[in-house]
Write a protein that binds this ligand. Structure first.
Ligand SMILES: [Mg+2]
Ligand SMILES: [Zn+2]
Length: 239
């Protein structure tokens, strides 16, 4: 390929940049009975709405902001991923973009804890904020009372990651010479379909993305499979 002067790395958050799922982890740490409730209701209630309800329930049961923040700070996050991002950013031709179905508070809390929050140009996710009572109030990225996204690939109602990726490209034109997308989940399939032949998808082996690629295909980009963050670090060294 031609020399890459300007590249974009897009990170899904849960089970991609991080080695756990924030939405499930914080209840596993602080309120296992609510974790069970989310397990029993997944697919019955829109996912972001379900987590918003679970956060209200946790608050009503006395789970505090400090407890939730502590759970986020101790969530598994591989040191090799911190090194991979820090070293690639230092090489000075890469923009980092986090695109996630978690929420703004989870992600900013963890990125700050790891010392890498300033390396990300944007984080696009569901908006959340702490209320004075200690409740973490969470909303969908796409407001349910307004216009909805038009995705036909199967993205959840709260956000189409493919549309968000293209909106990021438009905000940061001209187009990048190369896009590297790190993902694991079935909702990473829509943006992956929009990657070009010169782009690279780093697909974690144990999520829904791997299954959808095997079943549905249709990707233009190169796909590399990985399991541990140390492998992402190896790939980043070649970029
Ligand atoms: Mg994920
Ligand atoms: Zn979509």
């Amino acid at each position: 390929m031609a020399v890459v002067q300007r590249q974009l790395v897009v990170f899904d958050f849960d089970w991609s940049m991080a080695d756990q799922d924030t939405d499930r982890w914080i209840f596993e740490v602080n309120a296992p009975e609510i974790r069970r409730w989310t397990e029993d209701n997944e697919g019955k209630i829109q996912f972001t709405d379900m987590i918003a309800q679970a956060l209200r329930d946790a608050h009503a049961r006395g789970v505090t902001r400090d407890q939730l923040e502590h759970a986020l700070r101790i969530m598994p996050f591989h040191p090799a991923m911190v090194r991979a991002i820090t070293n690639l950013k230092a090489a000075d031709k890469t923009t980092f973009f986090c695109l996630s179905n978690a929420n703004s508070v989870y992600i900013s809390t963890i990125l700050k804890e790891k010392g890498i929050d300033a390396l990300f140009t944007e984080v696009v996710t569901n908006p959340a904020q702490w209320e004075p009572s200690g409740l973490l109030a969470l909303r969908r990225r796409v407001d349910p009372s307004g216009p909805q996204h038009s995705c036909a690939v199967g993205c959840s109602a709260n956000m189409c990651k493919g549309e968000e990726l293209e909106a990021f490209y438009a905000r940061h034109a001209p187009m990048y010479d190369r896009v590297v997308y790190v993902g694991d989940g079935s909702n990473d399939f829509c943006p992956a379909l929009r990657l070009r032949s010169q782009d690279l998808l780093l697909c974690r082996t144990f999520g829904g993305l791997h299954k959808r690629i095997a079943k549905e295909g249709g990707l233009q980009c190169t796909v590399k499979y990985w399991t541990g963050a140390w492998e992402v670090e190896e790939v980043f060294k070649t970029l």
